[in-house]
Structure formats: C-alpha cells, structure tokens
Design a protein around this ligand. Structure first.
Ligand code: NBG
Length: 838
C-alpha cells in the first residue's frame, strides 16, 4: 500500500503557503488571469475554487463512506432552497478563516471584499426555502446521510429595487458570471415524460400492466453543490435538476430549412427549469408550475432508485435504505411517480408498492392559508400526467373505501376527505395526496400542528392520530449567529467557551452573565458595532441616515396582509401625529426598518411598500420629529442582506394575525441575535416567548381563539376606527393624502380593505399594539434592563437551532442515524494511485 500522506497536496492542505499557492494556481489555471488584469470577481472565483477543492476531498470521502456502507439516507424534496452565499460559510465550516485571511493579505487582498462579490442563489421565496437550506446545513453537521433535491432555476427570485417609491422587479441573473459551487453531472440524467396516453397490456408473465407513452420527453440533468457540515468531515449534496431537451434539433424541421421550429422544442424543454414562481403562499394553477413539480419529483425518485440499485436489484428494501421527505405539497406528485415507477417499470403489484410508498414518504405542511393550498384541476393534471391521474384515482378509490368502512354513511366526510374536490370543478387536493401516502405528517410549530389536527386536516387526524406530529422549525446558528455577527459570536466564545455552535443549548450558560455589568457593557458595545454596520447599509442602500443609538425596530419578511406590515406603519403614523401635535412629548428616538419583497402580482402588498416609502419620505423630512423618528425601506431582502439586519436589530416585529403564521423563522434569527420581540401569540412566537420567559417578550393582540370567534360574530372594523382616536387620526391622514401630496385615491384600496373587511384584524389589534409599543419605550429607557433582556433572549433560544429540529426528524420521522465519515487515512491509495478505491 502506498502511503497516503501525499493526499495533503496544495489543493487540500490548510496552511497559509498551500492556500496561497492554491489560490494563485486557480487564478492562472482555472481563471486564466494574471494580477494586472484580474478583476475582483476573478479573485473571488480563484478563492472559491481554492475553498472548493478542500470541500471536494471531504465530499468524495463522504460519498465513498455512504456508498460502502449503503447507509440509510434522507431524500429531501423541496421546490425551493435559499442557501445564501457559500464562500464564507464554507470557510467557517472548514475552520480556515485565519490562514485564508493571511494568505490573501499577503497578496494585498481582503477576504470580506471577495466574499461580498458572491451572488447568492435565490432559489426560493422566503421562509420555506430558507428552512430547507438550514436543514441541509444541520444534516451535514449532524453527519446525517442525505441528498436534497430541487430545481436549478436559471432565474431565481427577482431582485427588488425601489424606484419612485415603488417596487420594481429585475431578473435575477445569478449564473451570469459562473457558479463555482456546482458540479455539472452530464452523466446523471433522467428522462421525464409529459402528456401522451396510457396503454393497458398483459406482460410475458401474464400480469396486467400499464405503460405510459408520453407525448414529450425532456431530460433532467443533475448539478451538485457540496454542503459542508460544521467542523466535521461530512460534506453532503444539494442536487439541483436542470431541464434539457432530449433531441437538440428536430431534424425533420431542420432538414426542410425551418430552423426556428427546429429549436422550438429545445427552448420549450428548457423552459421548465427557467424561472422560480415568485408567489409566496398564493397558489396559481399554471401548467408550467405543475411541469416543474413533476420534473424535479420524478428526477429525485428515479435518482433515488438508481442509487439503491447500485447495491441490489430487488426493490423490496427500498424503504430500509431511504426515507423521502416532502417539504410542503410542491413535491407531492412524487407519491404517484413512485407508484408508477414501482409498478410500471419494476413490475410490482399495487399492494406491495403502496406499502413501500407508505413506509418511505412523510410530509411537512407549512401553511394554513387556504389560498396557498395546492389543488390542480383534473383536466390540466390529466393532460400533463395522464398515468399519474389514473394512479391518483386508484389511491383515492381504495382510500375512500377505508373512510366509508370507518364512518359508514358519512358521505359528507367522504367528500371532505376525497383526494378530488368536487365542489369547485374537479380538483386534486395535493395535501390530501401527501397525507394519504405519508407515515408521518407534521406541522412546523406547536400551534400550527394543533390547528392542522383540529381543522385543516382534522378528518385525517381522526382516521390516523398516530401519524400526526410536530417539529418546531429551527435555524442554523452557523449562518445566523456566527456569520451574521462575528463579534457577538466572539464575545460568546470568550465568555462560555466554544462548543455552542454545535450544541446551541449551551448558550444557556450566558444566563448567569446577564447580571454582570461588565458583560452587559461588552454586549452593548458589540450590539452598537452591529448597529453601525446596519446604519451604514441603510445610508448606502436606502439613502436614509439613522442614529445607531436610536432603537432599531425592524420588520423584515415577505410583504403580506397576514404579516401586517400595515399595522406597523399605522402605528408609526399615529406616533408621528402625536409627536407633531405635542412637540414636548419625550419619546425615545427610534428607527424603523422594513425589508421584504412583494409578489409581483399582489397589489395590496405592493401598495404597502408604497405606503411605507411615502410615510418615510414625509416623516424623514419633517424637522419637527427629526431627532426621534426615522423610517427606511431596505430593498432586496435576501440571505446576504438579512444577516446585517438580524445582527443590528433591537426590536423584532412578529405581528401576524394569530393562527396565520405557521411558524416563522425570522423571529428565531432576531431573538438569537439578542433582539427583543414584539409579537402576537402566533406560530413559534408562542414557543419563543415561553423559552425566554414572558417577562422578556412584548406580547399583544388577540389570541387565535379570540380571532376565530371574532370572525364568526359580526366583526366591525369601523367600530375600532371610531373607538380609537389615534387609529382614526392615522387612517384619516392617509385618506386625506398627507403622504401622497393630496392624492386621496392613492392608498384607497388599502384603507378600504381595512375599514370594510379587515380579514386580518389589523384594526382589532391596533389599540393593544399601541399600548405594547409604549411598554417598549418604557423598557428601552432603562438601558440595563433592556440589555439584560437581550442577553436572556440569546441565552434561552438555543432550542431554536435547526440541529434540534433535524434531530427530531431523525428520531421520530426518518429513523436515520449519523454516519461517521471514514478518515482518508483509513482508505489508502491503491496500486494505481487512485485515492480511496479498493
Ligand atoms: C412558510 C410559513 C412560515 C414558516 C415557513 C417554514 C410557506 C408555504 N410557509 O411561517 O409561512 O416559518 O414556511 O416552515 O412558505
């Protein structure tokens, strides 16, 4: 056997000299550049290749370990991922920050500047996609074998800019300068059919079989991105599928000289993975969207079976080797696809195939909003996926038999539970399909899981209570604490030692320090530094100057009526009017920051941005309140921008209508960074409040039960308007055109929805919100008390790590165990010199 030590080449060793050499070689041999002409992007790419080499060695070791042991793995299916920039996270995971900085400094380059160069993959809309990225990070860190499947959208979520006070959407060209983090796998492809028809036949062994003859076939090609675990040898895989044409040219058309028609097919095929739908929680039944869902679900299922069959031809143990997690209903069609593959391709009979599916699949629901629930018209579905429609009908037929046996004569219940909704045309209910096929179904916070059991999926719960469970969301502390606030991370490490980044509950050791005045002063210094950084960002990107000593009050999330940015802005207006009318009023200076995208077709959400911008323009220019109020809208909320925001916040606005926000994860990120929350009893706010103690949380507003009963009685938003003079003044000011240069129509749609309908109970919660904000002012004036509460928020939020969440999925849903990646030294180089082959 050859000694393995030479594996530590300049491509993998972590000393300063090797890193510098590796960097220069990448610049010359990958980028083909020399210093006189190299751009900052060339340098960024050279560094990315350098870091990537170090990831790849671990990745190969990880893959080899999983392969050798045929380790039981998670197959995670999500239509969205928001991983954020890779470079800084990889450097943190590999623990090479110091040598990389030194190597670059020797070349006159700055690591942070190069990191800033990286475009982020915006392959998701918001919390759901970011949650998937946190889970992928935690799986690698916990050494859980898994592959995360998704779509390699050529254009991710649009880039938002604000022009003339309005949102403008720009195409997200994240791949324009190349993506060093992905490895194209032209040899890992699967064929994906669409349309056509099915044929029933008897096979050679006399079995009744079905074959699907699609009208069109496209190819799905894998692009792999390495996902490093934090300070462990594990590097897992994010496998994103890209659509390609099977035949580049239609030669028939080409030969007769019709070039355009010849490439038409190619263009149509590749459209499938072209663009992410930018709607957050609003279902729209476009054919292309269904094609996207089926495209990646089928790629993932075929790929899982390909990996399984590297070890055996017998399909019986598929569910011993894999577990399939559906991240919401977007990949739910995988259920029908699995049945098709098992029966039509691998000749299994219905019953054993269904048993297998039921063992494999589990489902996470992420929303209670009725408008987000996916239902496909049977007609559309059947024209795209005729075979899958047959399979869904058969699943439904067998399922409804069981419902009828359980509740004889209860046809109303049968109609409610059917996979086909017959009440508004015939539509397939994807959540029901996911439920029927899953051995576990979970919500993402305690309240949300309870509402699933009691309402949205109540019948399914009654049928199979043991299948329902809760896993409260979590976030990765690596990105959202260590990368977001390096100084706070350093202070924590200096105080309680390291180890907390892998075991976040250890933050509890900070509790004792909350009463130490030196520590509180240090905490405030770090926080002030973070606020200065955020203030610079606000100045640079929003053109608003804010005082870092003022209270930073932040609402950063998608714009949505249920999230109630308008409640926040109405309160700001009322405060402005109060101050303007009473110049002597001693209110502590505050800076309000909003950030978030609105779905391009969601007019009221866009109007909310306009209102925020309009109010900001008036208030920021009114000398009468200049010392005590500033408002800024920071455009283009994404992972990169979010980090600065979370780190610099004093107050986190989590003010959704109770019962509407499934969990929220921004709430966790703010609290971990020491922001106090003003929040309703909704989603994970409830659990955060319990964890930090209600005395360290500003609670207001109607409970879910109160909201629900208000909805059932005759709710009169106008009565709230009449009853509260501050609310009335705020609404009237908007209606009179105070913020629209006298234009009384500009915000009318928003005001009408509040006064006439108020589906989200903004008016009903206004008075309580206002009172709670007064309490915020009072506590803020007591600096020591505030700091104490801030420290306790960080100290007590360790349970909101995604490591905890993923461990719960592993224990209660996936039954997957960690696998120790074999150290390279244990896998010697063979006679031919190949690394780690046998
Ligand atoms: C969102 C919820 C959030 C939740 C995330 C992650 C969807 C469909 N749902 O409350 O609105 O935190 O999912 O679970 O985007």
């Amino acid at each position: 056997m050859v000694n393995t030590s030479h594996r530590q080449t300049c491509r993998t060793a972590n000393d300063v000299t090797s890193i510098r050499q590796s960097f220069l070689e990448s610049l010359y041999f990958v980028q083909a550049r020399f210093p006189e002409v190299a751009t900052r992007n060339d340098y960024y790419l050279a560094l990315a290749w350098t870091v990537r080499d170090r990831l790849l060695r671990r990745w190969v070791d990880t893959a080899a370990t999983y392969y050798r042991h045929a380790s039981r793995s998670v197959c995670y299916l999500s239509a969205e991922y928001l991983p954020g920039p890779h470079l800084a996270n990889a450097i943190l995971s590999l623990d090479i920050d110091r040598p990389v900085r030194e190597a670059l400094a020797g070349l006159g380059l700055d690591l942070d500047e190069l990191c800033a160069q990286e475009p982020e993959p915006g392959l998701g809309n918001g919390g759901l996609g970011r949650l998937a990225a946190c889970f992928v990070d935690s799986m690698a860190t916990l050494q859980i074998p898994g592959i995360a499947h998704g779509i390699r959208y050529e254009f991710g979520i649009f880039e938002q800019s604000v022009r003339h006070g309005r949102q403008v959407e720009l195409a997200d060209k994240w791949l324009r300068l190349g993506n060093p983090w992905e490895i194209a796998r032209p040899e890992i492809t699967h064929e994906i059919g669409f349309g056509g028809y099915t044929e029933h036949y008897t096979d050679a062994r006399g079995r009744q079989r079905v074959r699907w003859l699609p009208g069109q076939v496209v190819k799905g090609m894998a692009y792999d991105t390495p996902i490093p675990g934090y300070r462990v040898p594990t590097v897992n895989l994010l496998r994103l599928w890209s659509a390609q044409a099977c035949e580049v040219f239609d030669f028939q058309a080409f030969n007769v000289g019709d070039y355009e028609r010849a490439v038409e097919q190619k263009v149509a095929s590749e459209t499938i993975s072209k663009v992410l739908y930018p709607n957050d929680q609003a279902f729209q039944g476009q054919r292309l969207r269904l094609e996207q869902q089926y495209f990646f679900a089928s790629c993932a299922m075929q790929d899982m079976i390909r990996l399984y069959r590297q070890h055996t031809d017998c399909m019986d143990e598929l569910a011993e080797k894999f577990t399939v997690q559906l991240n919401d209903t977007h990949p739910a069609v995988a259920v029908a696809e699995l049945m098709r593959l098992l029966m039509d391709v691998y000749a299994m009979a219905w019953e054993p195939a269904w048993v297998l599916v039921r063992k494999l699949v589990s489902f996470t629901n992420h929303t209670l909003l009725p408008e987000a629930l996916e239902t496909w018209s049977v007609e559309l579905f059947g024209s795209v996926l005729p075979r899958h429609l047959e399979i869904i009908y058969e699943i439904n037929r067998r399922f409804l038999e069981r419902v009828r046996r359980t509740w004889p004569g209860d046809e109303a219940r049968v109609a409610r539970m059917s996979l086909i909704d017959e009440s508004r045309g015939r539509r397939i209910r994807m959540a029901h399909l996911a439920c029927v096929a899953s051995h576990k179904i979970n919500g993402v916070a305690e309240l949300h899981s309870r509402l699933l059991r009691e309402r949205v999926l109540g019948d399914f719960y009654q049928l199979d209570p043991s299948r329902f469970t809760n896993v409260t969301n979590g976030v990765t502390p690596r990105r959202f604490l260590a990368l977001a606030s390096p100084d706070l991370a350093q202070l924590i490490t200096d105080t309680i030692g390291d180890g907390w980044l892998r075991d976040l509950e250890r933050l509890r050791a900070l509790e004792g320090w909350a009463d130490n005045s030196d520590f509180r002063a240090a905490w405030r210094r770090v926080k002030l530094g973070n606020k200065r950084r955020l203030a610079d960002e606000i100045q640079r990107r929003a053109g608003v100057s804010v005082d870092p000593n003022s209270l930073f009050d932040i609402q950063a999330k998608r714009l949505h009526e249920y999230k109630r940015q308008h409640l926040n802005i109405l309160h700001i207006i009322s405060r402005y009017l109060r101050l303007r009318d009473n110049p002597g009023l001693a209110l502590p200076p505050r800076s309000w920051v909003f950030s978030g995208k609105a779905a391009p077709g969601y007019h009221l959400a866009k109007l909310m941005i306009e209102l925020i911008e309009a109010v900001a323009r008036v208030i920021n220019h009114d000398a009468a309140v200049a010392d005590s109020m500033r408002i800024a809208f920071l455009p283009n909320f994404n992972v990169k921008n979010a980090l600065v925001i979370y780190a610099g916040a004093d107050l986190s606005e989590q003010i959704s209508t109770a019962g509407k926000e499934a969990s929220g994860t921004g709430n966790m990120k703010f609290a971990l960074n020491g922001a106090l929350t003003i929040g309703t009893l909704d989603g994970a706010n409830i659990e955060i409040r319990r964890a930090v103690d209600p005395s360290n949380f500003f609670t207001f507003g109607k409970t879910e039960a109160e909201v629900n009963s208000l909805r059932l009685t005759a709710y009169e938003p106008r009565a709230c308007y009449e009853a509260d003079s501050d609310l009335r003044a705020a609404i009237d000011a908007v209606a009179d055109g105070l913020f629209s240069a006298g234009d009384k129509d500009r915000f009318r749609p928003l005001l009408n929805s509040l006064l006439l309908q108020d589906e989200y109970f903004v008016m009903a919660d206004f008075a309580a919100y206002k009172a709670c904000q007064q309490e915020v002012d009072r506590v803020w004036n007591d600096t020591d008390a505030w700091t104490r509460m801030s420290i306790l928020n960080t100290a007590r939020c360790g349970c909101f790590s995604s490591d905890r969440a993923v461990s719960e999925y592993c224990a209660h849903i996936w039954r997957v165990e960690p696998v120790q990646v074999e150290h390279p030294a244990e896998r010697p180089v063979d006679k031919r010199g190949f690394y780690g082959t046998r």
